[in-house]
Design a protein around this ligand. Structure first.
Ligand code: BGC
Length: 348
């Protein structure tokens, strides 16, 4: 069967190759891939900046934002042929550490977790994959292709969960939120923030086009410019770009007792100049919290699946700005200014 494979840490190594059918040792449920979303992490892997090979192998199958259809599942597994499912990206470490043992692999303590399509486990950009029933989540079949948005939605479901836990360390009545970045993560963070009843401001560089339109269609405010220009002293800033300068801008912009949540995996080796004393002083004097948030556990997958099922499907459909067949994967990896989510379609 066909798959998009890469050699992690080697630039421009991506190619469609023939790979073996998934082995029954990968799990008892056989899934046919419908579509796989492409995100910044995939681009980093393809550029040779990120990713880890499976042990003993010379290529990794890319893709962690999956949508598939169950072909075969054991009876009693809660899954049946035809169900739409999304594979859970991260798997617990083998020790396991106490977080992985508690099902919180997103908080793995020893770094020995694995991630499909990213770290030591083949991804989903192949015609078929296998996993155990507890390593996938059902999605509402009415979502159709939109089910492919679940994985990025889980990332923001976790971010909102963390923001709430951190903010509630003291009496906290947040109203205003600034989201940096109107990519898929920023837009989905806006969707889930509006559901929580917050006033949402999204900041990005584009002055017009699909991103500002999508923000406004959601009922949030769009600002072209800098994080600090969007709104004075918001209660929460969700940083969704990973751009190092914006991380510091977010910390400087947040209001008293505010929470800054960092969701982007920043590139290494970027120096920025900051007045560290002034930043640290205001963080102390204002009780600022900065929380990094990565990945998602089953609770977040379930919350994400419910949020997508409740959301306006027409708005969600506008997030998928391009669909590309596997053979034209290079087009999928070329990100245009008006691209939000590009999806590789594997089967219809
Ligand atoms: C994925 C996460 C993953 C993270 C770090 C993100 O792009 O969505 O599932 O944990 O990269 O590898």
């Amino acid at each position: 069967m066909q798959a998009l494979t890469v050699i992690p840490k080697k630039a421009s190594s991506a190619e469609v190759a023939d790979v073996a059918e998934p082995s029954p040792s990968e799990g008892s449920v056989l899934v046919e891939t419908l579509a796989v979303g492409v995100c910044g992490t995939d681009m980093e892997i393809v550029r040779g900046d990120y990713g880890w090979l499976p042990p003993g192998r010379d290529r990794l199958v890319l893709g962690h934002e999956s949508l598939g259809r169950v072909v075969d599942a054991p009876s009693g597994s809660g899954l049946a042929a035809g169900d739409h499912v999304v594979g859970i990206v991260r798997r617990p470490d083998p020790v396991p550490c106490y977080s992985c043992a508690a099902g919180e692999w997103d908080a793995c303590r020893n770094g020995r977790y694995t991630e499909h399509g990213i770290k030591q486990l083949d991804g989903f950009m192949r015609e078929r994959w296998r996993a155990e029933p507890d390593a996938m989540v059902k999605v509402d079949p009415d979502l159709g292709l939109l089910g492919v948005l679940l994985e990025p939605t889980t990332v923001v479901a976790k971010a909102w969960d963390e923001i709430g836990r951190v903010g509630n360390r003291e009496t906290w009545k947040p109203k205003t939120v600034v989201i940096a970045g109107a990519g898929p993560i920023g837009l989905l963070a806006a969707l889930l923030g509006l559901e929580r009843g917050y006033e949402i401001h999204v900041v990005d560089q584009m002055t017009d086009g699909v991103k500002p339109d999508l923000v406004r269609a959601l009922g949030a405010e769009y600002h072209a410019g800098h994080v600090g220009d969007a709104l004075h002293a918001p209660d929460v800033v969700v940083e969704c770009t990973g751009v190092p300068q914006l991380v510091f801008d977010a910390v400087a912009a947040v209001g008293v007792g505010g929470v800054v949540c960092l969701t982007g995996v920043s590139p290494e080796g970027v120096d920025v100049t900051v007045d560290a004393g002034s930043l640290a002083r205001s963080m102390v004097l204002q009780n600022t919290c900065v929380v990094g948030s990565v990945n998602a556990n089953k609770r977040h997958y379930e919350a994400g699946a419910q949020a997508l099922a409740r959301a306006d499907h027409d708005w969600l459909a506008r997030l998928i700005t391009r669909k590309v067949p596997l053979a034209r994967f290079a087009d999928a990896l070329a990100h245009g200014p008006d691209d939000v989510k590009v999806v590789v379609e594997i089967a219809s």
